[in-house]
Ligand binder design. Structure first.
Ligand SMILES: Nc1nc2c([nH]c(=O)n2[C@@H]2O[C@H](COP(=O)(O)OP(=O)(O)OP(=O)(O)O)[C@@H](O)[C@H]2O)c(=O)[nH]1
Length: 136
């Protein structure tokens, strides 16, 4: 009997601009779920805290710098993802330095929360839209 794999923890962030819009990025060709829109973020490296992982991912994916204190835990999703179970921890951040650049995505878009419903997003993200709408 093989042991079940542990849940996959992914951290992601809703960056909120001064107009209350949220940044989403489009997954590039060649990756699973290519073409879907998602919140910037990614998997934890071994031994990394969720906040440290998010600071690193935001630097790698968007070339922005964020302080841990500016990452507010907001909500989470718990969803099957292939042969794994995904725990997607979503933070909200309103303060960063630099201008986001699409270093790891095929496109970036600033979107009002109700307009997120019209975007194709991974299944785990859909339940987060209503929760985010209540928070931003
Ligand atoms: N960043 C991010 N990942 C998400 C979201 N929703 C969601 O299901 N995921 C999934 O969570 C995982 C994120 O890990 P990742 O971004 O490091 O994965 P990846 O495949 O892009 O990169 P990798 O090449 O390092 O494996 C992916 O399987 C992705 O599909 C989301 O809103 N943001």
């Amino acid at each position: 009997m093989t042991a079940a794999r542990e849940p996959l923890i992914v951290v992601a962030v809703a960056l909120v601009d001064g107009d209350g819009r949220i940044l989403v990025q489009r997954r590039p060709e060649g990756k699973p779920m290519a073409g879907l829109w998602e919140f910037p973020g990614g998997k934890l490296a071994p031994g990394e805290t969720p906040e440290a992982a998010l600071v690193r991912e935001l630097h790698e994916e968007l070339a922005i710098d964020v302080e841990t204190a500016c990452l507010a835990p907001a909500c989470f999703a718990s969803e099957a993802l292939g042969d794994r179970h995904l725990l997607l921890l979503l933070y909200v951040c309103r303060k960063w330095s630099g201008t986001p650049q699409a270093l790891a995505a095929s496109a970036l878009a600033w979107v009002r929360t109700p307009d997120l419903y019209a975007l194709e997003m991974p299944p785990a993200d859909r339940p987060l839209i209503g929760l985010l709408d209540a928070l931003v």
